[in-house]
Design a protein around this ligand. Sequence first.
Ligand SMILES: NC(=O)c1ccc[n+]([C@@H]2O[C@H](COP(=O)([O-])OP(=O)(O)OC[C@H]3O[C@@H](n4cnc5c(N)ncnc54)[C@H](O)[C@@H]3O)[C@@H](O)[C@H]2O)c1
Length: 228
Amino acid sequence: MKQRIVVFSGAGMSAESGINTFRDSGGLWENYNIEDVATPQAWEADPDLVTDFYNMRRKNILDASPNKAHLAIARLETEHFVRVITQNIDDLHERAGSKDVLHLHGNIRFSKSSGPDQEDAYFPIDGWQLTADDLSPKGFRLRPHVVWFGEAVPEYDNAIEIMKSAEILVVIGTSLQVYPAAGIIHYASPGCKKYIIDPNVDELAVPQDFIKIKSNVGTGIEKFREFL
Ligand SMILES: NC(=O)c1ccc[n+]([C@@H]2O[C@H](COP(=O)([O-])OP(=O)(O)OC[C@H]3O[C@@H](n4cnc5c(N)ncnc54)[C@H](O)[C@@H]3O)[C@@H](O)[C@H]2O)c1
């Protein structure tokens, strides 16, 4: 029988594709101050630095490929209704074939206006480089379509609705430390079967009704499929 599966993924999902996570040792942020690259204040202070930082991330993402867990999640669609909510700004779920992906923190392949006309207009970026010459229709500089620390999460309410619809929830590769994103797991219904896949799952604050799969994403998804 087709079931409604919701996948909630984080940076660990893409680690095996060669994209650095957030907090693991060797993670991306060890080399940068968040305040210097991922806040509205950083953009105000030095838009070129912020643009360059995300250009490098975009290049890295374009060079990467979906890993076997991205592919396995996409394949679940042949037997189930699958919706993906990702905290990741990469597009590896889509490139693996997942058809229904909500990006809670934006999508690095797109830009938006940094001016008051930003609304909900997102512009695809051709290649890896955004430049100071890329402007919105009203002439404001374009910035990456990424939700920075201290900014609202426009897709939050949509994510909650998706979460409420889950019969099965799979949380994968997230430390559940970045809020408000991490809070959406609490909107899954009491009757929903819940799984979490993470090699460090014992160290994470996970509600009691979750089945813990202590594993990396590739092996973890295979174990999850055995539960179905
Ligand atoms: N790929 C990306 O787009 C990317 C990369 C880095 C950070 N971010 C952003 O930074 C924030 C970080 O929060 P987060 O909770 O997603 O990430 P996080 O870095 O806080 O946590 C990553 C989690 O992944 C786990 N992990 C590491 N390798 C794994 C593997 N091979 N298999 C399974 N799990 C593995 C770690 O144990 C950890 O719990 C996110 O909101 C996201 O927007 C995105």
